[in-house]
Design a protein around this ligand. Structure first.
Ligand code: BES
Ligand code: ZN
Ligand code: ZN
Length: 516
């Protein structure tokens, strides 16, 4: 789908569908914005007639489809944005998503959308949100359905966004471009996560990431099992050892510093931020096998890794002026005669030993080695990991937010704030010494699990033993939000691609963490 911006009168283009988002109208004394009033006039008063009947109020997600007798628009869709004082990116994304769904239903291949004249948002941010909503809204994972199973809707080839002022056109186009890049990258994360586990194996995930990297100019390195052994990633390898599908470590780099000859260490120009993702392509639980019902959807257990890969795509295309490294530990957690056991003691890449207490707590083992690898290889200014780590995240926050736990409050707060802007909700949970102490083992350095209490925090507490105390680190537990049944105009059932937009919001405004 192509998205264009124009300042022409939308009726000049004779649209098959003209979508007009409107903020909430006072039922007694409603007045249309001047530009919409002019369109209404050309459409023979079709809009004001509906409003006079009280058939449309502009409430959030409210829609009304009209077939005006006059003017050149075949259909007009009024879309409610809710109260003007609350107008935000989410309302705009959803409105654009609704416009796209209506166009598909009407088989209108090139609909037009009137950009609302938001007083609170300027043209680039407004257009970015509309573009994101359209691209996210059009997403479906249907590649495994035969054409006979299709829903009968049409494809949308082009969305034209109509702006009021020509002065805004250039910046609006930049906003659209940014929105399309972000949403396409989020849709890549959705695709990787939605692919079934018999297709998206660790090797396939690595190969897909590598291909994407080549296309967008990222440096890519895939570590195969023998290299993982060389790097002594004993915790990651333990999880992987029960599966026929062998593990990979995916390392993607944006703005990789060029190694200078003669010097051992490359000269560094830009601060480094590492993104680490849990890439468990299927989580059966291993020997601590999951009950049948809990195993369903465990193909999504690589969603943290998928978000990292999606974010790296956007980081490259948006030319973020940082050295960003994406590291994904891709494994499969399976039971077999080769599988790791409960009571095993593992030696992690850091040298710390781990007492295994539940093979279903595999994600933290994979991350422990990835976090160590990130610190050891790249000496980053900050590390952010994303993982579908604990079912307890759903108990704590439900399907409405991801948990943030870490060792650096300002980094955590910056992530929460970035999510507020991007429309992804994060909520910080505490991490105290008591939690960290709770994860000490009587027979090894640390134990893998900490019991029922505060499961999301104790998982993070385990991870904290593999991060230096003075290394700013945030752990994002996305278990409750990585795939969803909470559908919306911008979210089909299945993988969400949660985290991609927030990461880019954070990295795009990165000022460093030196003040703390
Ligand atoms: N992948 C799961 C966490 C998960 C659960 C993600 C539900 C999405 C939905 C993780 O590997 C896991 O099994 N965690 C265990 C940890 C426990 C054994 C300490 C859990 O949360 O039950
Ligand atoms: Zn598990
Ligand atoms: Zn898992």
């Amino acid at each position: 789908m192509q998205i264009t911006a124009s300042t022409r009168n939308p009726l000049d283009t004779e649209p098959e569908l003209l979508a007009i988002p409107l903020t909430e109208l006072d039922p007694a004394r409603w007045r249309l914005p001047a530009r919409v009033a002019a369109l209404d006039k050309q459409l023979g008063g079709a809009l004001s007639a509906a409003l006079a009947q009280g058939d449309f109020r502009g409430k959030r997600r409210e829609t009304l489809l009209l077939y005006p007798h006059e003017g050149s628009a075949k259909r007009v869709l009024l879309i409610g944005l809710g109260a003007e004082s609350d107008l935000d990116g989410r309302a705009l994304r959803e409105a654009a998503g609704q416009a796209i769904h209506a166009a598909r239903r009407a088989r209108a291949s090139s609909p037009s959308l009137v950009a609302p004249s938001g007083r609170r948002m300027r043209a680039p941010a407004l257009c970015q949100a509309l573009a994101e909503g359209a691209v996210l809204g059009v997403y479906r994972f249907d590649r495994y359905q035969n054409p006979s199973n299709e829903d009968g809707n049409g494809a949308v080839e082009r969305l034209q966004i109509h702006l009021e002022k020509s002065g805004d056109l250039r910046s609006a186009r930049a906003g659209i471009q940014r929105g399309v890049t972000l949403a396409d990258s989020q849709n890549l994360a959705r695709d990787l996560s939605n692919e079934p586990p018999n297709v998206m194996t660790p090797a396939k995930l690595a190969q897909t990431a590598e291909k994407m990297a080549k296309r967008v100019g990222l440096k890519a390195r895939i570590l195969e099992p023998n290299e993982l052994k060389k790097h002594k990633l004993g915790a990651l390898l333990a999880v992987a050892q029960g599966s026929h599908n062998k593990p990979r470590l995916i390392v993607l780099e944006h703005n990789a510093p060029k190694a200078t000859r003669g010097k051992k260490k490359p000269t560094r120009h830009r601060p480094t931020v590492c993104l680490v993702g849990k890439g468990v392509c299927f989580d059966s639980g291993g020997l601590s096998l999951k009950p049948a019902a809990s195993m369903v959807k465990m193909k999504h257990d690589m969603s943290g890794g998928a978000a990292v890969i999606g974010a790296m795509r956007a980081v490259a295309l948006l030319k973020i002026p940082l050295h960003v490294v994406g590291i994904v530990g891709a494994v499969e957690n399976m039971p077999s005669g080769h599988a790791y056991r409960v009571d095993d003691i593992l030696t992690s890449a850091s040298g710390k030993t781990i007492e295994v207490t539940n093979t279903d707590a595999e994600g933290r083992l994979v991350l422990a080695d990835c976090l160590h690898y990130a610190q050891n290889q790249f000496e980053p200014e900050a590390i952010i990991d994303l993982a579908t780590l604990t079912g307890a995240a759903s108990i704590a926050l439900g399907p409405w937010a991801a948990a943030v736990v870490g060792n650096h409050d300002r980094l955590a707060e910056a992530i929460v704030a970035a999510g507020e802007t991007s429309g992804e909700r994060f909520w910080q949970l505490p991490l105290w010494d008591a939690h960290r102490d709770h994860m000490k083992s009587k027979i090894a350095d640390v134990r893998q699990t900490g019991g029922r209490d505060a499961g999301t925090i104790t998982a993070a507490a385990f991870l904290s033993h593999f991060v230096a105390d003075d290394k700013p680190w945030a752990h994002l537990d996305i278990a409750a939000v990585a795939d969803t049944a909470l559908t919306s105009p911008t979210q089909a059932r299945g993988a969400t691609g949660f985290g991609v937009r927030a990461l880019l919001e954070l990295l795009g405004g990165w000022k460093g963490l030196k003040l703390n």
